[in-house]
Design a binder for this molecule. Structure first.
Ligand SMILES: [Mg+2]
Length: 479
């Protein structure tokens, strides 16, 4: 384990719910629950106000509604969250080439890799500046944990929530961990927790004291010795750079839903070509071709096919994407299409198997994933609660609810005062679904000029984090 607390863990605070509160002035300070609204829906994120009622993520939505009947219940808007995520991840990549995202709103950063921090003082300065930059750029807050290992950095960011920073000084780890419940450690879920409790072990300190042999006896070789090591704060896992895990993908959102199947096919071919261009530009090849389709009702699905070997051949990617599209129903219209290649290899090779895939469609391994699992009621399909709309006379607003042939819209925007509600017929021609508005206007995203740090007497000029360039402004090409 390293000697300095230079591994950073960032976790945005109540991310989806905070994004919705930033977008909708009338919901600020109120209980907000984002998740699937259908019969099998679960809570994705609850705002801190909703958590006071006992609502938490992964809870069935019915239970949440009983606990917090007056909360606002909204369908997730992944496109908005992904845009914010890209902004945040961009800030992290300015700090280090070693950024390991865990989800849209969570990542590890190795601050030592490019000299963004080298000791406790510089790590704290960099962490606080990151929090300020995130707030300036996105309008949202994130919590930062700093420690000498990934496990402890993640525990620290949890302790820092909401809107804080916690640094765990090397040498203090074991004393800090000892009184914490066993569930604090990664890999300890409810079942393992119960198992340990029956053996009289409830705290991390008790795991350390029990000894490795006892842990192995209780939990088996792999899990037992891993847990014993973590309880003693031994965690040498490196931060794994994003380029080692991520895919190359491109996507397009359409102003008007595409209904024509031929046009959908053409768009997918075009995206496949663009995707291969980016893949080749990066000098890479990939084995898994991914197709993403967001339909008129905002339900998003991805389909993937894994080839026998890596490819960067446009015709192979085009054909795989076309095969995947054949299994997707697009009759209601399509809002967004994307094509990606994952399972990347660092080399580009002439791969005979992949090249032959067109002639011998070679055992695709179909994998499917749906972001919205449940089918919403028909009224919600057309007007999903929380999504943006535009009215020709009243301007931008968001759907507060719909049913019985009526849709209720609150007319407000991220920068406005709380707005008023109006009700329309669901077939009102003046009302259309629209894309999310930015939470922070472009012109306000520039960081304020950095104050001269007069009290930082021993600042080293070359390593001054103030030398890090501001957010790169450039066109984005898909996710
Ligand atoms: Mg979070």
């Amino acid at each position: 384990m390293r000697r300095e607390p230079t591994i950073l863990h960032l976790d945005m605070d109540a991310f989806y719910a905070s994004a919705e509160q930033a977008a909708k002035p009338s919901l600020r300070g109120k209980a907000v629950v984002v998740g699937g609204l259908g019969p099998r829906g679960v809570v994705a994120t609850a705002s801190y106000e909703a958590r006071r009622f006992g609502v938490h993520s992964a809870m069935p939505m019915g239970q949440a509604r009983r606990l917090a009947p007056h909360a606002a219940y909204l369908v997730p808007r992944f496109g908005l969250y992904r845009d914010i995520s890209e902004q945040v991840m961009g800030l992290l990549r300015e700090l280090s080439p070693l950024v390991e995202p865990l989800s849209l709103d969570e990542a590890f950063v190795d601050l030592e890799a490019a000299g963004a921090a080298w000791d406790a003082a510089s790590a704290r300065t960099t962490g606080e500046r990151l929090r300020t930059d995130i707030k300036t750029l996105t309008g949202l807050t994130g919590s930062v944990g700093l420690a000498a290992s990934k496990m402890l950095a993640k525990i620290a960011s949890e302790e820092a929530k909401p809107d804080g920073l916690v640094l765990i000084r090397p040498g203090t780890e074991r004393a800090l961990l000892a009184p914490m419940p066993v569930r604090t450690l990664p890999g300890v879920g409810p079942a393992t927790g119960d198992h340990l409790r029956r053996a009289g072990i409830t705290t991390v300190g008790e795991i350390a004291e029990a000894g490795e042999d006892e842990l192995i006896r209780l939990l088996g070789k792999a899990h037992g010795s891993a847990l014993h090591a973590m309880a003693r704060a031994q965690d040498d896992r490196p931060v794994v750079a994003e380029r080692d895990t991520k895919s190359v993908s491109v996507e397009d959102t359409y102003d008007v839903d595409i209904h024509d199947r031929v046009r959908v096919r053409t768009e997918v071919q075009r995206l496949a070509d663009r995707c291969v261009q980016r893949l080749r530009a990066a000098g890479r090849s990939g084995r898994t071709v991914v197709l993403k389709v967001r339909r008129y009702d905002f339900s998003t699905l991805t389909r993937s096919e894994t080839l026998r070997g890596p490819t960067d051949d446009p015709s192979v990617v085009r054909e795989a994407a076309a095969r995947l599209l054949e299994a997707v129903d697009t009759t209601g219209g399509v809002r967004l299409l994307g094509v990606g290649v994952s399972s990347l290899a660092d080399f580009t090779q002439e791969d005979l198997f992949a090249q032959a895939a067109g002639e011998h469609p070679a055992e695709p391994e179909p994998e499917a994933e749906e972001e919205h699992e449940e089918a919403p009621a028909p009224a919600e399909r057309r007007w999903p609660a929380g999504h943006d709309v535009h009215h020709t006379a009243y301007g931008p607003g968001w759907i507060q609810g719909s049913g019985l042939g009526r849709v209720t819209v609150r007319f407000e925007t991220p920068g406005s005062l709380p707005g008023r509600v109006r009700t329309f017929r669901t077939d009102d021609a003046d009302l259309t679904l629209s894309d999310p508005l930015p939470l922070v206007p472009e012109a306000m995203r520039r960081p304020p000029p950095q104050p001269v740090a007069e009290d930082a007497a021993e600042q080293e000029d070359e390593k001054d984090p103030g030398a890090i360039p501001g957010p790169a402004a450039g066109p984005r090409d898909g996710a």
